[in-house]
Ligand binder design. Structure first.
Ligand code: NAD
Ligand code: GLY
Length: 363
C-alpha cells in the first residue's frame, strides 16, 4: 500500500510518497532521481540501517555520502561547514541532488545545506523518525542552532519530494515513536476532530506499529500539514497553529538543557498546558481537555511539567521563543478539539497565575 499527494505551492509544489518498501523499490527511486548526481547526507546511526538500500537503488549516481555525528548538539554551523567541505571536495555542482536520510536533525541541517550550497541545489527528504515523517520533512523549514537559541539560523527551502517509507520505523525505539505521536495528536487537536476520534480508536495499533495504521496516520498528518503550509508557507498566520504547545514545550526543553526531554514529550505537556489555560479562561470545555489528556496518556507521553520549574522561569523561557512578536508571547489556544487559534489577547498576569497553579498541583 502506498499513497501519493502533493504540497501545493505553485511552481514549488512537490509530492509526498508514503508506503512500505519504498527504499527497496529500485524503479521508483531511479524514476524520481532520474540521471542526476546524488549526495546523501545521513548520520552514523541511520546510515548503517538504510544507506545501503539507497545506494543499491541509485548505483553510481551516488557521488558522495556525508555522515554526520548523531545528535541535536551537532545541528550547528560547524556541521554545515563540514557538509560544504565534503560537497566541494567531491566537486558537486549545482545540478547535484542532495538527499537527507534521517530524523529531523539530519533533515533540518541537510535542507539548510541544500538551500545555501552554490546558492541552492535540489533536495529530497527521506525521513526516518515518526516526528520527521509527520512534521519536519514537510513544509520547508530548515535550520541549524546557535548557542543563543534553537533553529536561529535557517531558511524556508522546500524539498523536491518527500519519501516516507514506514518500514524505517521498525528500528526506532519506543520512546522516539511516542514522541512522534505527540505531533500526530497535535493535528487532530488543532484542525481535524475526525482524525482525533480515529486516533482514540487506533492509538494501540499505532503503538504496536501496525503498518496500515501508521501509513494512514502519517498520511492524514502530512495532508493536514500540507494544507496549512499551502495556505501560509512563511508563517504569517495560520501556520502558527502548528506550534500548539510549542511555546510551553520550548520552556521545558530549555529549562532541562535539551537533554532529558525529547521534543515530542515537551510538546505533549505543552499542549496540555495550553488546553488547561484555555479551560481556565473559559474557552475550552473541561470534557474536551480531559479527552485530550486521556489520549496523550494512552500514547505513553508525559502529562506534567518537570518539578524543578517555577512559573517565573517558565514565562522567562517562553519569552525567548522565536514565536514572540514585539515582546508579546503569542499563544495557541483552543476552543474545542479540532479548533485552535492564535492569541496575543490574553492577560499575562493570568497566564503566570495559571502556570503557577498547574505547577503547584503537581508538586
Ligand atoms: P533526531 O533527528 O535526533 O532523531 C532521533 C534519534 O533517532 C536520533 O538518534 C537518530 O539518529 C535516530 N534515528 C532516526 N531514524 C531512525 C530509525 N529509523 N531507526 C533508529 N534510529 C533512528 O530527532 P527527530 O525527533 O527526528 O527530530 C528533531 C529535530 O527536528 C529537532 O532538531 C527539531 O528542531 C527539528 N524539527 C524541525 C521541524 C521543521 O519543520 N523543520 C519540525 C519539528 C522538529
Ligand atoms: N513545525 C512547525 C512548522 O513546520 O511550521
Amino acid at each position: 500500500m502506498s499513497v501519493e499527494f502533493s504540497v501545493s505551492l505553485g511552481e514549488r509544489s512537490y509530492p509526498i510518497y508514503i508506503g512500505q518498501n519504498l527504499l527497496s523499490d529500485v524503479g521508483f527511486l531511479q524514476g524520481i532521481v532520474a540521471e542526476r548526481s546524488v549526495a546523501i547526507v545521513s548520520n552514523e546511526t541511520v546510515a548503517p540501517l538504510y544507506m545501503d538500500a539507497l545506494v543499491k537503488a541509485l548505483g553510481d549516481r551516488v557521488k558522495i555520502k556525508v555522515l554526520l555525528p548523531d545528535g541535536e548538539q551537532y545541528k550547528t554551523l560547524d556541521t554545515l561547514s563540514r557538509i560544504f567541505d565534503q560537497l566541494l571536495g567531491a566537486q558537486c555542482d549545482r545540478s547535484t541532488l542532495l538527499i537527507a536520510l534521517g530524523g529531523g536533525v539530519v533533515g533540518d541541517v541537510a535542507g539548510f545545506a541544500a538551500a545555501c550550497y552554490q546558492r541552492g541545489i535540489a533536495f529530497m527528504q527521506v525521513p526516518t523518525t515518526l516526528l520527521a515523517q509527520v512534521d519536519s520533512s514537510v513544509g520547508g523549514k530548515t535550520a541549524v542552532n546557535h548557542p543563543s537559541g534553537k533553529n536561529m539560523i535557517g531558511a524556508f527551502y522546500q524539498p523536491e519530494a518527500v519519501i516516507i517509507d514506514v518500514d524505517t520505523l521498525s528500528s526506532l525505539d519506543d520512546r522516539e515513536l511516542r514522541a512522534g505521536l505527540a505531533e500526530v495528536i497535535k493535528y487532530g487537536l488543532i484542525r481535524d476532530e475526525a482524525f482525533f476520534s480515529w486516533l482514540e480508536e487506533n492509538i494501540d495499533r499505532l503503538l504496536a506499529r501496525d503498518a496500515d495504521a501508521l501509513v494512514y496516520a502519517i498520511e492524514r498528518s502530512c495532508r493536514n500539514k500540507a494544507e496549512v503550509v499551502a495556505a501560509d508557507e512563511l508563517e504569517h498566520g495560520e501556520r502558527a497553529l502548528l506550534n500548539l504547545g510549542h511555546t510551553f514545550g520550548h520552556a521545558i526543553e530549555t529549562a532541562t538543557d535539551y537533554s532529558s526531554w525529547l521534543h515530542g514529550e515537551a510538546i505533549a505537556v505543552g499542549m496540555l498546558m495550553a488546553m488547561v489555560f484555555s479551560e481556565r479562561v473559559g474557552l475550552l470545555g473541561q470534557e474536551q481537555r480531559q479527552r485530550a489528556e486521556n489520549l496523550i496518556k494512552r500514547a505513553g507521553l508525559p502529562l506534567i511539567p518537570p518539578s524543578e520549574l517555577d512559573a517565573q522561569t517558565f514565562v522567562k523561557h517562553m519569552r525567548h521563543d522565536k514565536k514572540v512578536l514585539n515582546g508579546t508571547i503569542r499563544l495557541i489556544l483552543m476552543r474545542k478539539i479540532g479548533e485552535a487559534f492564535v492569541s496575543s489577547d490574553y492577560d499575562e498576569d493570568r497566564l503566570l497565575l495559571e502556570i503557577n497553579s498547574i505547577l503547584d498541583i503537581h508538586k
